[in-house]
Design a protein around this ligand. Structure first.
Ligand code: ZN
Length: 203
C-alpha cells in the first residue's frame, strides 16, 4: 500500500505559498508508515517548529491499473474521505530552497491522517464536494472539489502514467487555501459536507 499525494492543486493555495500554477499534477508520496491509524494520537514531531495542517479529499483505490485513461479513471476508486497532509513547513521551505526532495517534511511517521471512508456512489457529485477543516471547533479551511486544477480523473490518470495503482492505495488530492499552523493541544476535525469523518488531537 502506498499513499500518493497531489501538490498545488488549488490556485489560491499555490498562490499562498508563492508557487506557480502547475501544468501537470505535482505528485509526491508518503510510505505506509506515514498512515495515522484511527484512534491513534498524533504526536508533534521533534524536528519541526512549524507544523502545518492541510485538509484534502482522499480517494481509495479499488482496482489495479496502469496507464489509466481519464474516461475510465472513475472505475479505479470506490471510497472517499478527508485526510490531513501534515507538513513540517519550516523543513519543507528549507528543502525547497535547496532543491532537495520533500520527504523529511511530508512523509514522516503519522503524517497522513485519513478519515472514515464513504462510498463513491453515482449520486455523489464528484465535481461538487464541499469539505472543511475545523481547528478547535473553528473553520480554518474550506474547499470544493470543483475548484481543483486537476480533477479526480486527471489525477488518477496522471499518477498512473508513472506509478501502478494497486488496490488499497490512497490518493490525497491537494489542499485548498488556508493552510496554517497547529500546536500541541489543538483538536482538528475534518468533514465532507456536514459529515464529520476525521478527528485528530495533536499531542
Ligand atoms: Zn498536501
Amino acid at each position: 500500500m502506498k499513499i500518493i499525494c497531489t501538490g498545488r492543486n488549488y490556485v489560491e493555495h499555490a498562490k499562498e505559498l508563492g508557487n506557480a500554477i502547475p501544468d501537470e499534477p505535482v505528485i509526491f508520496m508518503k510510505p505506509k508508515s506515514a498512515l495515522l491509524q484511527v484512534h491513534t494520537p498524533f504526536y508533534y514531531p521533534e524536528f519541526t517548529n512549524e507544523l502545518h495542517y492541510e485538509v484534502e479529499l482522499v480517494l481509495r483505490v479499488s482496482k489495479n491499473g496502469k496507464y489509466i485513461q481519464e474516461k475510465h479513471a472513475g472505475n479505479y476508486v470506490n471510497g472517499i474521505t478527508v485526510g490531513i497532509d501534515f507538513t513540517a513547513r519550516d523543513i519543507q521551505d528549507e528543502l525547497k530552497s535547496k532543491g532537495l526532495p520533500w520527504e523529511k517534511a511530508k512523509a514522516f511517521d503519522n503524517s497522513a491522517a485519513v478519515g472514515k471512508f464513504i462510498d463513491i456512489t453515482p449520486d455523489l457529485q464528484r465535481g461538487n464536494i464541499n469539505f472543511s477543516l475545523l481547528k478547535n471547533k473553528e473553520v480554518v479551511q474550506k474547499g470544493n472539489s470543483g475548484e481543483m486544477i486537476f480533477n479526480f480523473d486527471k489525477i488518477i490518470a496522471g499518477i498512473s502514467n508513472y506509478f501502478s495503482l494497486n488496490i488499497g492505495d490512497l490518493i490525497f488530492t491537494g489542499t485548498p487555501a488556508g493552510v496554517g499552523e497547529c500546536v500541541v493541544g489543538d483538536e482538528l476535525e475534518a468533514l465532507i459536507e456536514s459529515q464529520s469523518l476525521l478527528s485528530v488531537e495533536v499531542k
